[in-house]
Every structure is written in C-alpha cells, then in structure tokens.
Design a protein around this ligand. Structure first.
Ligand SMILES: [Zn+2]
Length: 154
C-alpha cells in the first residue's frame, strides 16, 4: 500500500499549501503592515508555493492514476479516481494561482520606482480609496506623490 500512503502524504502537503497560497494579501494592507519590499517578497513566496502545489498535485494525479489501474476492489478504484480528479483540479487552480500572483507582484513592482528620484521600493501608502483601483503612495526619499494600480486579489 505504498501508493496509498504516498497519496495521503501528498494530500496533506497539498492542503497546507492551498491554505498558504490562497490568502493573497491586499496591496494596501501589505504596504501598511510590512512595507513594499516585504509585501513583494511575500507575494513571490506565495506564487512559488503555487508552483510547489502544482508539482505535488501532479504527483497526486500520477499516484492515483496508478491506483486506478491496479487490480483492486471497484470501491477502492473509484476512490482513487475521485482523488485523481480532485488533484487534477488542484493542479489547474495552482498553475493559475502561480501565474496570477507572479504577474500581479511584477505589475506592482514595475510601478514602485519613484518618477522623480528613481528610488526603487521605498514607498509609503498615502491614501487607500476602496472605490478606486489605484493607491496613492509617496516616496520615502523625496516625498513625491504618485499612484500605483493594483489588479486586486483575484
Ligand atoms: Zn523619490
């Protein structure tokens, strides 16, 4: 029953990473709590957890596909089939999540350069208007104000 133990182990890891990856932090909250650079690092970490989740769920798909093909009672094979479908769904979700988080972090990072003094990533949140899709930020170096757009939490 090595296959089943592998599926259980992979399942537990997948569940942990789904929780860590699924909770993207809003840009305004992130800037307020951590500052831009820490927020950016956290978002990149989340996106790479999505990539790890993709690998683990793909292992789950392969392991459960092997169980489906074995000579076992029908109920066990059906269980493995359900697991395979679930892992396939998680794979699709995680690849989407990985790409989304990565592109969002890069989109925000590309606007984190002060237009006046060209300092990168040293910005403070000035105004967070939930009605608008952009945030007003200021440069910690020269106090210049500008807006950065955030595609949101998806
Ligand atoms: Zn500046």
């Amino acid at each position: 029953m090595r296959g089943r133990r592998l599926v259980t182990t992979v399942g537990a890891r997948v569940a942990t990473i789904v929780v860590c990856t699924g909770t993207a932090m809003g840009l305004a909250d992130g800037l307020r709590k951590h500052g831009f650079q820490k927020w950016y690092r956290k978002e990149l970490t989340r996106s790479h957890l999505g990539l790890l989740l993709l690998v683990l769920s793909a292992v789950g798909v392969l392991a459960s596909a092997e169980l489906v093909g074995r000579d076992m009672p029908m109920s066990n094979r059906l269980g493995a089939l359900v697991l395979m479908i679930v892992c396939g769904g998680i794979s699709l979700w995680s690849v989407r999540r990985y790409l989304y988080l990565m592109m969002r972090a890069e989109h925000v990072a590309s606007q984190a350069i002060c237009p006046v003094c060209k300092t990168y990533g040293r910005l403070a949140l000035e105004r967070d208007d939930p009605q608008q899709e952009s945030l007003q930020v200021s440069c910690r170096n020269c106090r210049h104000l500008w807006r950065i757009s955030d595609p949101g939490d998806g």
